[in-house]
Design a protein around this ligand. Structure first.
Ligand code: NG6
Ligand code: CA
Length: 504
């Protein structure tokens, strides 16, 4: 039953005989920001920061108000997005170290490999965070060809950061080789042992331009201490201030190279993850310090992508999605004044929780789809999930979902294009401590003995030893636990969750 009505403005292109035209191989760009919250964009109500390029896509396309990432942290969220399998079905999809082996096996089908099979040129640019190489931790050939990597799971081209901006190695990896590496200065990486003679954030705080607030006190690169130790690779080290420029240029180059051929680009920005060090030209663009300025930088990246499409005449034939991998966090480990300068801004919008949390702001994220002439314009309240990317894009390009793959992914094309307002049958959200299931207006959070609040980030995690049941329509900030009043609903949803766990 549809509990969230669809609000549609405008219409889709119809031909003279009233039939809708849908090109069979549009270009596809999925732009995934990092840690951008439900309330962080001006088209989702933010006032203290303006995001005109993203708002422009929203005004030409469809903006979802009930869209979910697969998990409230990055690695599992991205695993689900690319494979169509819920990350909690495996026990090795937690936040990956920079020396973790690749989590997605080359035998698995991914969004990239199915689109490649459908004749697309495929590329990934930006944050990867799904592990690289094989044979356990710390087993990557950083000074040679690193395999398996994006190519083995369907990406023809890759220009990636192995993990996160705050984890070593702080280098870009292009087509599975460290970019700009001088062979005379090889890279070494360790997540267990410091390298003798190398300064660390802990021992040498005087070398830092950005200090950690928690953790992040190991290798120092560009005056910022990170998680993990590294040595060497001086010519290859990234400069945080230039990351957005570098990866956006690589994304633009990929589009230019493939202007005459259908392409799929998975563009994952470092913004607005920590360390937040936007280019000086964005500094002071908001009153919120680095976190607000990083949102402006992210919007700039989106603008460069859309300008490129326009310049190349590809804007009409390209489907773009802009979303985020998980909810927002204010202080995620560096003293960047995000908390002090937040003012009245609410990164989580009207929702409760944030990154890491089982409450809605952990996984309910911005999600905008634009495909001029083919997707409707307006706002949709239909429940959608990033887990459906694989089956939906297969539906779009007429490629069958390969048997045995993407078990949790459903073709939601009609909903994603705004032609239907039907909710997904249910959505399972993963937090750092538990699982939740949303079905229509009701949300059930499975009991958990985990901490109620994360000590470092001060996020309410949503863990409770008692079952929780919320009515998201009347109580979207999850303040009123109805579990005792509605034991029958708790049982129904908890049985549904148990069934989904054993039977995708
Ligand atoms: C946490 C890090 C945090 C961030 C997160 C992953 C500490 C104290 N905190 O462990 O800074 O890196 O992992 O974020 O180290 S994610 O968006 O990639 O999932
Ligand atoms: Ca993230």
């Amino acid at each position: 039953m549809n509990k969230f009505p669809l609000l549609i403005l405008g219409s889709i292109a119809l031909s003279a005989n009233g039939q809708q035209h849908m090109p069979d191989k549009p270009n596809i760009i999925f732009i995934l920001s990092d840690d951008v919250g439900y309330g962080d964009l001006s088209c989702y109500g933010a006032k203290a920061v303006q995001t005109p390029s993203i708002d422009n896509l929203a005004s030409k396309g469809i903006r979802f108000t009930h869209a979910y990432a697969c998990s409230s942290t990055c690695t599992p969220s991205r695993y689900g997005l690319l494979t169509g399998q819920y990350p909690w079905r495996r026990n090795d999809t937690g936040i990956a170290r920079g020396d973790a082996p690749m989590i997605i096996s080359p035998d698995q089908k991914t969004v990239a490999s199915v689109l490649k099979d459908a004749g697309y040129e495929t590329g990934v640019v930006g944050k990867w965070h799904l592990g690289l190489g094989e044979g356990g931790f710390n087993n990557q050939a950083w000074n040679d060809s690193i395999t398996p990597g994006p190519k083995q799971i369907g990406f023809d081209y890759s220009f990636i950061m192995a993990a996160t901006g705050d984890r070593v190695p702080c280098v870009f990896v292009e087509n599975q080789r460290v970019a700009r590496l001088n062979p005379k200065d090889p890279i070494q990486v360790s997540y267990t042992t410091p390298f003798e003679g190398e300064p660390t954030g802990k021992a040498n705080p005087e070398l830092l331009k950005l200090h950690p607030s928690h953790g992040h006190d190991q290798a120092i690169v560009n005056g910022i201490s990170r998680i993990g130790f590294m040595k060497g690779g001086k010519s290859a080290l990234w400069v945080d201030e230039n990351i957005a420029d570098t990866i956006t240029t690589k994304a633009v180059n990929f589009i230019e190279r493939n202007r005459n051929h259908p392409f799929f680009l998975y563009f994952c920005t470092q913004d607005i993850h920590v360390p937040r060090v936007p280019h000086p030209r964005f500094r002071g663009k908001t009153t919120m310090g680095a976190r607000g300025d990083a949102i402006v930088e992210f919007d700039w990246s989106v603008g460069r992508i859309t300008e490129t499409l326009k310049r190349l005449g590809l804007d009409k034939n390209t489907l773009i999605i802009v979303s985020s991998d998980n909810g927002p966090v204010v202080d995620d480990g560096y003293k960047d004044e995000a908390r002090e300068k937040l003012g009245n801004h609410t990164p989580w919008g009207p929702l409760r929780g944030g990154k890491y949390s089982a409450f809605e702001a952990g996984t309910r994220v911005p999600f905008i789809l634009s495909w001029p002439g083919n997707a409707r314009k307006g706002t949709s309240e239909a429940m959608v999930s990033q887990i459906d990317l694989m089956a939906t894009l297969c539906g779009l390009v007429g490629q069958p979902v390969p048997p045995g793959s993407a078990p949790d992914s459903y073709n939601q094309l009609e909903v994603w294009l705004g032609k239907s307002s039907k909710n997904r049958s249910c959505i399972i959200e993963q937090s750092t401590g538990t699982l939740s299931l949303v079905d229509g207006i009701f949300k059930y959070i499975q009991p958990s003995n985990g901490p109620k609040t994360d000590d470092f980030t001060h996020t309410e995690l949503g863990n409770d030893p008692e079952p929780q049941l919320y009515n998201l329509r009347d109580d979207q900030d999850e303040k009123n636990n109805l579990a005792r009043q509605h034991p029958e609903m708790v049982k129904k949803l908890s049985d549904q969750l148990t069934k989904s766990k054993s039977n995708p």
